[in-house]
Design a protein around this ligand. Structure first.
Ligand SMILES: *Cc1c(COP(=O)(O)O)cnc(C)c1O
Length: 229
């Protein structure tokens, strides 16, 4: 039993509250730790984007999902990408949401060129400064964006963040707002010619607040699939 419809209707409610058009936000179903069968079930319920945080798990699951009839999905890498896994990530994913340095951008571009692949990318921004979380410093983001916009095989579409987990979701709101402001700043400076749109932010416990603050992609796992083991 996957709860896609319930999550979709909560997204639509939040869009309405915020005065945003219906369908402004895409649901990326986070399928880490859940089996291929659950991914296919979510696809049958209307999911079109899925997210995995580990390269190896995505690499194993995607062919299995496709064998079971779950084709046509867009696979997002939402976890930290180590440079020695770039080749496998480029082979498996359609969207890499976790570019966090110029060096990583260069490496992804070089390997995408070698493999003749085109990918969508987002820059992961570290706003909470927790020891366990990755992402680029806010001050490094313009240089990374500039570099990505010159990569022939990569299309920079936006920013992603994983804010601190706080029980009171109102305390998370400023992080979502900060990501939106950073996007708008980039669009007024280094991204004037090719503005970026996507804001990937919001998880099971805080996605409604993220939608109110302008999320265009929410990454939701446990609210759809249940608790992870
Ligand atoms: C696991 C994960 C999610 C989804 O978390 P839930 O709380 O299960 O919705 C979203 N984003 C990232 C980066 C994750 O690793």
């Amino acid at each position: 039993m996957v709860h896609v419809a319930a999550v979709e209707s909560r997204i639509r409610e939040a869009e309405r509250r915020a005065g945003r058009p219906a369908g402004a936000v895409v649901l990326c179903a986070v399928t880490k730790t859940f089996p291929a069968e659950a991914v296919v079930e979510a696809a049958t319920a209307g999911v079109t984007h899925v997210g995995e945080n580990r390269v190896q798990e995505g690499e194993e699951k995607r062919p299995e999902v496709e064998r079971l009839g779950g084709g046509g999905l867009r696979w997002h890498l939402i976890g930290h990408l180590q440079s020695n896994k770039v080749r496998r990530a480029v082979e498996t994913f359609d969207v890499i949401e976790t570019v966090d340095s110029v060096e990583l951008a260069d490496r992804i571009e070089r390997i995408a060129a070698e493999l003749g692949r085109s990918l969508e990318v987002l820059i992961q921004v570290d706003l909470g400064h927790e020891a366990t979380k990755s992402g680029a410093e806010r001050s490094d983001v313009p240089a990374i964006a500039e570099r990505l916009q010159r990569c022939e095989h990569l299309t920079l579409t936006g920013l992603m963040t994983v804010p601190p987990f706080l029980d009171d979701v109102e305390l998370v709101r400023p992080y979502f707002r900060e990501l939106r402001e950073l996007r708008d700043e980039l669009n007024a400076t280094v991204c004037v010619e090719r503005p970026i749109h996507e804001l990937s932010m919001g998880m099971s416990h805080d996605f409604e607040v993220a939608v109110e603050e302008g999320a265009t992609i929410v990454r939701v796992g446990s609210a759809i699939f249940g608790a992870r083991g």
